[in-house]
Design a protein around this ligand. Structure first.
Ligand SMILES: *Cc1c(COP(=O)(O)O)cnc(C)c1O
Length: 501
């Protein structure tokens, strides 16, 4: 027994790899070497090497993390280059236009690097001190941009999915408490909850349904409301849907407006929906995971008007504020609603030690150990500035409009919508073919071929059962020529499609 322990101690001392004063020089060397490799990633020619999935799997020796191996930093970096940096997806590349992944800003990377090294855990004051103040300040900043009242508050989350989860949880528990005197946090499920109904656009993000299920209300508690030809929720359809559910004996509890739908970037009429929500006295959530950042623009500020009436708001900084994942926030009109997630643990944040001077953010989060994700936003606001971020967003919006103008009359394309934000949904039309399922096949072929060859990454989605291609433009340094180049690849690939593929 004694011998075992001594051996273990010897091994530990041999590896001088902790972030501590003794290894300060090693820390600097490691980071510098890592930076060289990451910087090398920027010289990759394509957004993706095009390496096949089976070849990636064959890199077995690199994949396996054998517990008895002690690689040097050079060896580990060489391996990770071959396994990962040479083959992973570059979101900053001009030909990456698939999903809501933005190129990230250098100040944000610096903030993230510092947060990882120092490794602050933000959940209690005694683990974070001024880091807590920085997160709170970032929250205050975004609440004021949204024109929320002084009672407002918020917390950083892992993403829009978690923020939407918190919104639905609060809507559920608050309704149950106010109307039925139920304390779901203490006592759990009650039958009446199965009648709760949540209304959102049929184009809303899937996390609304998923979260409703996780919260015990089920997919069917989410009522999709019809959208118009610009993919915006129809207010009269919303009223009809609420009335219909009431007639059925169900209980409307919340209405969700989407500020920038994931596929189309469309804004629901927030102001009108706010009024309807107010008339029915329901919880009003705005999912601004994508479009929320546009509050910093001159072009779209008006689209967000009415958001100041929201009970809660989702905003993803890792989508439209050029932050590395994760960086996201859940905002709430009144800090008192955090009581639905707060818990006082004797070992962390005992109630009797509650002290406003030294807040414990754990009382606002559904997570316990939590990263200091606010730091990268702080660096970005200090070094890049909100105005510049706003101008980046305006730029990608105009770029999208420009692309729309270029291809809308091209008979090789059918466009789904006039872009409102920075996504464009369209499909390639093979000339002389009048069969939707063939068009579907060819569009998927185009997407897959361009991805596999490392030429371009485009997303696809469905509208009225038909397959469409989607560009999500978040790179303000892209030019219209970059985009037309991808359009040309699409045409060429479509034209080269042969039916015995
Ligand atoms: C992306 C998105 C989400 C989910 O956000 P994550 O950060 O990916 O969890 C929710 N709602 C909308 C409208 C989105 O676009």
């Amino acid at each position: 027994m004694l011998l075992d322990t001594e051996t273990a101690i010897l091994v530990d001392l041999k590896t001088d790899n902790f972030f501590d004063p003794k290894s300060q020089k090693t820390y600097e060397t490691y980071i510098q070497k890592a930076v060289e490799y990451v910087s090398g990633f920027l010289t990759n020619k394509d957004f993706y090497s095009g390496e096949t999935p089976s070849n990636l799997r064959l890199k077995e020796t690199l994949l396996k993390a054998d517990p008895d191996i002690n690689l040097s930093i050079e060896e580990a970096l060489t391996q990770i280059k071959e396994l990962y940096l040479d083959h992973t997806i570059a979101f900053h590349h001009k030909n990456y236009v698939a999903h809501l992944n933005c190129p990230v800003l250098l100040p944000a990377i610096v903030g993230d690097m510092i947060a990882s090294s120092v490794n602050t855990a933000i959940e209690t004051w005694d683990q974070s001190t001024s880091a807590t103040l920085i997160e709170q300040e970032m929250i205050r900043w975004v609440c004021s941009k949204m024109s929320l009242p002084n009672t407002s508050d918020g917390v950083f989350t892992s993403g829009g999915t978690q923020s939407n989860f918190m919104a639905l949880l609060m809507a559920r528990d608050d309704y149950a408490f106010k109307h039925y005197g139920l304390n779901i946090k203490e006592n759990g499920w009650s039958d009446v909850v199965s009648k709760f109904r949540i209304f959102c656009s049929e184009k809303a993000h899937f996390s609304i349904k998923k979260n409703a299920a996780l919260l015990g209300m089920g997919y069917n508690s989410v009522i999709p409301v019809e959208t118009d030809d610009r993919m915006k929720m129809k207010p009269d359809a919303l009223v009809q849907a609420v009335e219909k559910e009431k007639q059925l004996g169900n209980i409307p509890i919340a209405i969700i407006a989407t500020a920038g739908t994931t596929d189309f970037g469309s804004f629901d009429p927030i102001d009108t929906i706010a009024k309807i929500t107010n008339e029915y006295n329901l919880w009003f959530h705005v999912d601004g995971a994508y479009g929320g950042g546009y509050i910093l623009t001159e072009t779209h500020k008006n689209q967000l008007s009415g958001i100041e009436h929201a009970d809660s708001i989702t905003i993803d900084f890792h989508k439209t504020m050029f932050q590395p994942v994760c960086s996201s926030a859940f905002l709430i009109r009144d800090t008192k609603y955090f009581k639905y997630v707060s818990y006082y643990a004797d070992y962390l944040n005992p109630l009797e030690h509650r002290n406003d001077e030294c807040p414990n953010l754990i009382e606002k989060s559904i997570q316990t150990t939590r990263r200091f994700d606010a730091l990268k936003l702080w660096f970005t606001l200090k070094m890049t500035g909100a105005k510049t971020i706003g101008s980046f967003l305006e730029k990608v919006h105009y770029l999208t409009l420009d692309l729309y103008q270029h291809i809308k009359d091209d008979h090789y394309f059918e466009i789904a919508h006039k872009p409102e934000l920075s996504t464009l949904v369209f499909r390639y039309i093979s000339q002389g073919i009048d069969n939707d399922s063939i068009h579907d096949t060819i569009n998927l072929h185009i997407k897959n071929t361009l991805f596999k060859s490392g030429q371009a990454s485009i997303a696809s989605t469905k509208l009225k059962g038909k397959v469409y291609l989607k560009f999500t433009l978040l790179n303000p340094k892209s030019t219209i020529d970059d985009l037309l180049n991808i359009i040309q690849m699409i045409k060429t690939t479509g034209q080269n499609y042969t039916f015995n593929n």
